[in-house]
Design a binder for this molecule. Structure first.
Ligand code: AMP
Length: 139
């Protein structure tokens, strides 16, 4: 079944479009965290960063930069949260890769509403050793 974003791209569902090119579409999010909350959507219906070619991801980040600049210029926001919910367990509701750009202001709480965890003794170094790039099998 087509995702809501495929239907938006095809023009079957209305949207407020900010930018479009052959690889991506930028629109306003219909349920904004802050007014101006924008989405840069991959036109190919691929769900996660693992699925999307690096060149497309890089291109989309360039578009994110343009939207970020525009939000700052037009809304006067001081910063943005740039978020990818990369998979269902991370809260991704629409399985078509999209990057959220959320305007933020100095006057409001800047922390994301996710409770933090604490490492036990030695756990952080051990996890770092397991996650360090270049040491994985076959690298
Ligand atoms: P995610 O949870 O990362 O998959 O985010 C999906 C986002 O798409 C949510 O922030 C929704 O508010 C937004 N969304 C869903 N339907 C529409 C729509 N028709 N137009 C604009 N944004 C939408």
């Amino acid at each position: 079944m087509a995702t809501v974003f495929e239907r938006i791209i095809r023009g079957e569902i209305p949207s407020v479009r900010l930018y479009e090119d052959p690889l991506c579409l930028a629109i306003l999010d219909i349920n904004p965290v802050k007014k101006g909350h924008s989405l840069v959507i991959c036109k190919e219906p691929l769900a996660t960063i693992e699925d999307v070619p690096d060149a497309t991801l890089g291109h989309m980040m360039g578009v994110v930069k343009l939207i970020d600049r525009r939000l700052r210029a037009v809304l006067g926001c001081d910063a943005t949260n740039i978020v990818i919910n990369n998979g269902e367990a991370a809260g991704q509701a629409v399985p078509q890769l999209h990057i959220h750009i959320i305007p933020r202001y100095k006057t409001e709480d800047k922390r994301p509403p996710i409770p933090h965890e604490k490492y036990s003794d030695g756990e952080m170094a051990a996890l770092g050793a397991r996650l360090r790039l270049g040491q994985e099998e076959g690298a």
